[in-house]
Design a protein around this ligand. Structure first.
Ligand code: PMP
Length: 295
């Protein structure tokens, strides 16, 4: 599904066949989750393909590495060029791009001297599907920001996301909603949360969540559309009393939430601020960058 015999990936300065590429099983990342990654999307635009918010994603990859002391000697512009070349070599236009920075063999807990970078890409439909989601509040909370660097996209952090996702699915829901360790609304396993009440949008403030690039785009779009947004700490009761809600993330894009623990939101999705923003987001990702920057 992710690759076939013709797929090419980028690995440490070279384009190589995915099924011929190899790595060391003693990598510190494999054993301890000590590595960083990104999730990026490219979209078909007028004359080719365009990587959406490419700089923001590679800047975050660099920041994630720096936050956890993983050496990062790559040039952001260079990585963007590599990404376009990778898409070209794989004949991809609409695609999901996954860069991963992983560490050399090292069974100790000391920081590594050397790292590798791989970038792969594949066609991937909307991660959470297209229908509105039935969520459940997870029994897992997001990791405490004093335990890890919550604003970094670190491989090991995703054990928390995997546990929450599978718990939700095992209970018959589509997806989980995680609170922070103080019981405030945080985010989904791979997406940020917004909710609407009386024509105002609310979203958890930064601090206990991953600073989503889609979240930032939604905030930009809301401003352009004259939608008021409040960022803060909100209890689950605020969400329970909301008119509507949605998740957003690179993989999930903007997706409506139907219910939380079987309590349905009262507003019809087509009339929500989320639907307006979903339409605006779908349009924005396919606008040429020069046009995006003028808006
Ligand atoms: N929160 C978490 C935990 C995530 O994994 C993601 C996906 N990267 C997001 C939020 C959304 O971030 P972005 O919009 O940058 O994809």
């Amino acid at each position: 599904m992710y690759y076939n015999e013709n797929t090419v990936i980028y690995l440490d300065g070279k384009f190589v066949k995915a099924n011929e590429a190899s790595t060391d099983l003693y990598s510190q990342t494999m054993h301890y989750g000590y590595g960083v990654f990104e999730g990026i999307r490219a979209y078909a635009v007028e004359n080719g393909t365009q990587v959406f918010k490419a700089e923001e994603h590679y800047d975050r990859l660099k920041k994630s590495a720096e936050l956890i002391n993983i050496p990062f000697d790559y040039n952001v512009q260079g990585l963007i060029e590599v990404t376009y070349e990778l898409l070209k070599r794989n004949n991809l236009t609409d695609a999901y791009v996954r860069p991963l920075v992983f560490c050399d063999p090292n069974m100790s807990l000391a920081r590594p001297n050397n790292v590798s970078i791989m970038i792969c890409a594949w066609e991937w439909g909307a991660y959470l599907g297209d229908k509105q989601l039935r969520l459940t509040v997870s029994s897992y909370c997001r990791p405490h920001p004093r335990s890890i660097k919550i604003e970094a996209k670190v491989c090991g952090h995703y054990v928390n996301s995997i546990l929450a996702t599978n718990e939700a699915k095992d209970k018959g829901f589509d997806e989980a909603l995680l609170l922070d360790s103080d019981g405030y609304l945080a985010e989904g396993p791979g997406a940020n949360l917004f909710f609407e009440k009386d024509d105002v949008l609310f979203t958890p403030q930064l601090g206990n969540i991953l600073p989503g690039i889609t979240r930032a785009t939604v905030l930009e779009l809301a401003e352009e559309l004259g939608i008021k947004v409040e960022q803060g700490l909100f209890k689950p009761e605020a969400l329970a009393a909301a008119d509507s809600a949605f998740y957003c993330g690179t993989a999930a894009e903007v997706i409506g939430i139907e219910s939380v623990d079987d309590k349905k939101f009262p507003k019809a999705w087509n009339e929500t601020l989320g639907k307006k923003l979903k339409d605006a987001y779908s349009k924005r990702v396919r606008q040429p960058k020069a046009v995006q920057e003028q808006l």
